[in-house]
Design a protein around this ligand. Structure first.
Ligand code: NAD
Ligand code: ZN
Length: 373
């Protein structure tokens, strides 16, 4: 079974193997910046027959945001539910629909939503120019042709999907990212106003994804000055957002930048124990990324004592009650599935524990953590 984290496969360790990774070339930041989208897209319009396709989280179907999108000619909005994490077949179906609805290749794809919609938009942009199914490209550097122009507009902060070089998809055989130089967005628009309607629990879970990225990156053996500089900044911002009493606008601005910096931090290092175990939960039970990380992280004092103590303080301040008994009725073979998924994520363990991680991380140890959840 093959699973990966949102970051790359391994960190630079030996001379001449340092990663040369692409960054988002253009970014706008500011409250109300959505109003600039029309002028940003205009020069990228190929002609009146080549539409922009807006993939928008279905939560906005009846909301003002949908009426603010700068639609022209035959541009199309497709609302997509983020109830479940993105699937390869969903990407294939969207690509087939776009190809059958339009005679010309679109001018671009705009993803508007959380990590789910951002990942879908990246994958659709890639599959419009690359033959076959999204499942064919799950892995590292399998994409051969440049994607079409794609723009990411987050409406919730934390995953770092807006800066990353991957799009995490559940395929028929595996949950694995399309990690490639063609995956990152060509343009990101960061408008903190768009995060106003996020429900409190979801704000906490997705924000904690960022916090956990920082803890895992900063406490990992892959840490280097590049990752550290971004990780420390993101961690400071998370502390301000979740432990002090910022005004709502300042809090939204800072969490959006924390997400960005957290994503940049893991781009050049790796995530760790919480993400490895959370992937197991997600694979077997469909537990979503943000809450899955929280469910695991609360039990990781042994690995991240200070990080977990602060996490519990944040939970208390915001009166977050995590669900209990998630693994209560699982069978021995269910545990084995989750454990195998988690153990398969070797770079995460190597980052978290070091080269000799196999001596410390045993199936029994992982089972004892899962049993607490
Ligand atoms: P999400 O996109 O699944 O959205 C979570 C919930 O918040 C949904 O119900 C959504 O409708 C709602 N929501 C979003 N914005 C809202 C708003 N402004 N108002 C009201 N409701 C709003 O959540 P997420 O935590 O951002 O993303 C999780 C996904 O991201 C997972 O699929 C995970 O695999 C992926 N991920 C990708 C990367 C990457 O680098 N590509 C990194 C981390 C996670
Ligand atoms: Zn994460």
């Amino acid at each position: 079974m093959n699973i990966n984290s949102e970051a790359h496969k391994s960190a630079p360790k030996i001379m001449n193997t340092y990663k040369n990774f692409p960054m988002v070339p253009r970014v706008v930041f500011g409250s109300g910046s959505l109003s600039q989208l029309g002028e940003i897209l205009m020069p990228k319009r190929k002609n009146s027959e080549a539409p922009f396709i807006f993939l928008v989280d279905a939560v906005f179907e009846e909301e003002e945001l949908s009426s603010q999108l700068p639609l022209l000619f035959n541009d199309q909005i497709i609302f997509v539910s983020s109830e479940e994490e993105p699937k390869t077949y969903q990407v294939d179906a969207l690509v087939a629909k776009i190809k059958s609805d339009f005679s010309e290749m679109p001018s671009g794809i705009i993803g508007i939503g959380g990590g789910t919609l951002l990942d879908l938009a990246k994958a659709v942009a890639i599959l419009l120019t690359n033959e076959g199914s999204a499942a064919d490209y799950q892995g590292w550097d399998l994409v051969k042709k440049q994607a079409i122009y794609h723009v990411g507009i987050p409406t919730i902060s934390g995953t770092g999907a807006e800066v990353s070089r991957t799009t995490v998809l559940l395929g028929p055989e595996k949950k694995l990212g399309i990690n490639s130089d063609y995956t990152p967005f060509d343009q990101v628009l960061l408008d903190p106003n768009l995060t106003q309607g996020v429900p409190k629990e979801q704000w906490f879970y997705t924000g904690m994804d960022c916090y956990i990225h920082c803890i895992e990156s900063l406490n990992g053996t892959y840490l280097n000055a590049f990752s550290q500089s971004y990780g420390e900044k993101a961690l400071d911002l998370c502390k301000e957002v979740y432990l002090s009493d910022l005004a709502p606008t300042e809090s939204r601005d800072k969490l959006m930048m924390a997400s960005w910096h957290g994503g940049m931090s893991i781009a050049y290092s790796q995530v760790g124990v919480a993400h490895a175990l959370s992937y197991g939960l997600s694979y077997l039970l469909g537990v979503k990324h943000g809450i899955g990380n929280c469910l695991v992280f609360q039990h990781l004092e042994e690995f991240y004592p200070e990080g977990v103590a602060l996490f519990k303080e944040m939970m208390q301040k915001h009166q977050i009650e995590l669900p209990k008994g998630i693994c209560a009725n699982l069978t021995a073979s269910d545990f084995d599935i989750m454990i195998n998924v988690a153990l398969g994520l070797e770079p995460l363990w190597e980052n978290a524990i070091g080269k000799n991680w196999k001596k410390i991380i045993t199936p029994e140890k992982l089972k004892s953590i899962y049993q607490k959840i």
